[in-house]
Write a protein that binds this ligand. Sequence first.
Ligand SMILES: Cc1ncc(COP(=O)(O)O)c(C=O)c1O
Length: 489
Amino acid sequence: MEIPIFKESVEPIYQQLAQHFRLLIESGRMAPGDRLPPTRDLAQQLGVARISVVNAYAQLQAEGLIAAHPGRGTFVTGGRSSTGTTSAAWPPLGALNMSMREIIRLARQPGVIAFSGGSPPDEFLPVEALRHAINTVLDRDGASAVTYEESEGYSPLRVGVTEYVSSLGIQCHADDVLITGGAQQALDLVVQTLLGAGDRMITSSPTYLGMLDIAHVHRVIPVGVPLDSQGMRMDALEEAVREHQPGLIYIAPTHHNPTGTVLPLHRRRQLLMIARRYGVPILEDAVYHELSYRETPPPPLKALDEDGIVLHASGFSKILLPGTRIGYLIADGMMRERLVRVKYAADVCTPGLNQRAMHVYLASGALVGHLNRVRSELRTRCAAAQTAAKRYLPTGSEWTEPTGGLYLWIRLPDNGPTAAELYVTAIQHGVAYAIGTLFHTDGGGSRHIRINFASQTPARIEEGFRRLGQAWRTWQENYQPSVHRAPIL
Ligand SMILES: Cc1ncc(COP(=O)(O)O)c(C=O)c1O
């Protein structure tokens, strides 16, 4: 059997090796008492430094999976995987020691088709228009463009945002708009302002993993509410609100990340009723609202909000330019002052040059045409992903049919690896995805993967799915528990 080693990988060789043996042991293909090859022989055979093999063995030894017997060799113990079972015995993410940042790092290797990120396609980013906008601002405003801006945001941009969101059905005043460092900061400011350590926050499960990070950092406890094909279940929500008395309900009602679901109008109204009845504010995350490429979605919650109970977070990352970090939060009433104070403490202000350039771009009217082009291309790429999924994913896989947004949410069949188990093999085959457990509040989603089809051309989408199918087969061939164990080398 070959040991796949990816020498160009940023993942150290010793970790790749350790991972290979770990999978063999966990899957039962190597059993207690089996001997590992001598480090010198293995290093020679693989053409790697001996120290890499030594380090890999040291790591496995530290994990209790193998033991060295001087003079006799290194053997698999009956340790952690004494049941010798399949994937169920494999601890999902912790054991792989993989965070989202690690996943992104692995996915950045040359040649890897990265379905793992959250960006819109690079080729859609209107770089020329941005250059023009920045030059216009610098010529017009000089030093004012690069000094401190007001914490609330550049005033003409706040007006520009009110005009823009009125096209989505939201009526608000420029005073209600706070410009933030991406939508991410808008979410963070609300959590910091409304919740303290030990407080509970409702979210769907699965949910946007950046929100789970925010909760984690502020020691807020996320309470996961299940979804169905129409988004968050309102019966389960009401039950959770009663049981947990949360300080906030966080929800992404339109083209939810990662499932792509859209909350229908009647559920939006129910949600507002529940929030009102129990006096819990709603944090609406609307970053994908404008990326519908089939039917028009229902209006944002903020457009239906008659009680000022909804805080609306969104921005220009997914529809325009993620790197300029321009987001906004629409909040009325007493909350506003507190939010601005937290914003000031966080970063004083969002960079004025970027805000002013965004204002020039919005005022140019170019966004409408840009969005039409993006939606049309997303429709094409989504269709390419659906076709490729059908062609290359293993039998028994299931996936969503999104009407907007950037992602396909796929469930792998039960008779093979979990998403985490498959990940390193997938990278070795040149394809990366986001692992389902990361999006869950309770460790669920082990067989789910999220594919960002939007960031790849249709040809690369097809190739990426082909590699994914191949990775699955390789895993099955190499790691499937078998009664007749083949020699490992
Ligand atoms: C649901 C959701 N909310 C918020 C964000 C953060 O967006 P931004 O880049 O504007 O901070 C993302 C980015 O992936 C997202 O998917």
